[in-house]
Ligand binder design. Structure first.
Ligand SMILES: O=C(O)CCC(=O)C(=O)O
Ligand SMILES: [Fe+2]
Length: 374
């Protein structure tokens, strides 16, 4: 695994990097297969879902089911937050990254801690680094808040974050209820599966402009380890891409919408009916880009696994139960591997095939018998 002590080192701040530096050449640039990162397909196909209708409208639930089984994500509108409030969240976040370096460094991530201002943890020597600086901290459970890494500048940063958190607690409930209903499960099934002490983590992603934008990634391809992730996109600069059917699609900006994607833990709970989409972020040559991601995860002490009602003969259990999934997530991520592999039951494909082959054989036997009788 790591050549350097994991978690101890982090990269230079991208905001400070000089293009001529050796670090830039070696660690940020993808020489092979990394040309034309920005040549993705346009996607108008990502469903837009009206959250105010989700729990009462069967057609909105059908749309949700389709969105999460095909794309793994959707654009949420009518989520109860005014556009002016979303702008406020964007504004205070940007103001933080625009502070002089020494003011940001007050909140620097400490070695061996995930929370704070920093960027990629370096686990091994040739690790590819993301062209982004981040601020990352837990907002729930309340008694685990580390206020020392919550910026006090700009003045309204903390109050805005607290209000945003309250709003997203409600939004998460609506979406998890909708997910359960769209799978014909009891409405509170997913919420119960997440336990009482569920976690919310906020990550501010700041992508400075990058002259080699076609060869550099803001965030390397990954799927989130969350149950769901709520992403507030930059209002002007696109960058997010989703992998679908082996092709990259650009996620369009809808300024008043929140992009919701399911993470690995809903993929596991839904026994693979819903997919945690692989996504990445590209950067822009001249403009900076800022996004705010809220990750919802179950109580780390609660074991989660495929919901029993979603396991049957034609869909056998495809995942082993997992606990505290966030813990293994980052080490896999930095190695470019999918942590969900740790939970997948490897015989799944063979078993599926055997099970459908068994069905076909049974059908053939019944047909032969009825022919003989005739
Ligand atoms: O900034 C983006 O568009 C994507 C960010 C992301 O995927 C993440 O923070 O997990
Ligand atoms: Fe992500």
């Amino acid at each position: 695994m790591a050549e350097s002590n994991p978690g101890v080192v982090h990269g230079k701040f991208v905001q400070d990097l000089l293009l001529t530096s050796q670090d830039f050449q070696e660690n940020y640039v993808y020489n092979e297969g990394g040309v034309g990162f920005r040549d993705a397909l346009d996607s108008g196909g990502i469903p837009v879902i009206d959250l105010s209708l989700l729990l009462t409208s069967p057609s909105e639930l059908t749309k949700l089911h389709h969105a999460l089984s095909s794309w793994g994500c959707f654009q949420a509108i009518n989520h109860g937050m005014a556009s002016s409030f979303l702008d406020k969240v964007r504004e205070v976040s940007k103001q933080f990254f625009e502070l002089p370096k020494e003011e940001k460094m007050i909140y620097e991530r400490e070695p061996n801690d995930m929370e704070g201002y920093g960027n990629d943890i370096i686990y091994f020597k040739d690790q590819k680094l993301d062209w982004s600086d981040r601020l990352y901290f837990k907002v729930l459970p309340e008694d685990q808040r580390k206020f020392k890494v919550w910026p006090e500048k700009p003045n309204d940063f903390r109050s805005t974050v607290l209000e945003y958190t309250e709003r997203l607690i409600l939004l998460n409930k609506v979406i998890l209820k909708g997910i359960a209903k769209s799978l014909n499960l009891e409405e509170s099934c997913m919420l119960k599966e997440c336990g009482d002490n569920d976690t919310m983590i906020l990550r501010f992603n700041y992508y400075p402009p990058c002259p080699m934008a076609d060869h550099v990634l803001g965030v390397k391809p990954h799927a989130d380890g969350s149950t769901i992730t709520c992403l507030l996109q930059d209002k002007e600069v696109e960058g997010l891409q989703i992998l679908k059917d082996n092709r990259w699609f650009k996620v369009p900006i809808i300024p008043e919408a929140l992009l919701i994607n399911v993470g690995d833990q809903i993929e596991i709970m839904s026994n693979g009916i819903f997919h945690s989409p692989i996504h990445r972020a590209v950067v822009n040559e001249v403009k900076d880009r800022l996004t705010v991601a809220m990750f919802f995860t179950p109580d780390p002490d609660k074991e989660i696994g495929p919901i029993e009602q979603l396991v049957n003969d034609s869909r056998p259990k495809s995942y082993k139960p997992v606990k505290n999934y966030t813990d293994i997530f980052f080490q896999y991520y930095q190695k470019g591997r999918r942590p969900i592999e740790a939970s997948k039951i490897q015989l799944c494909e063979g078993f599926n095939r055997q099970s459908s082959e068994r069905k076909l054989l049974k059908r053939a036997r019944v047909t032969r018998k009825s022919r003989r009788k005739a």
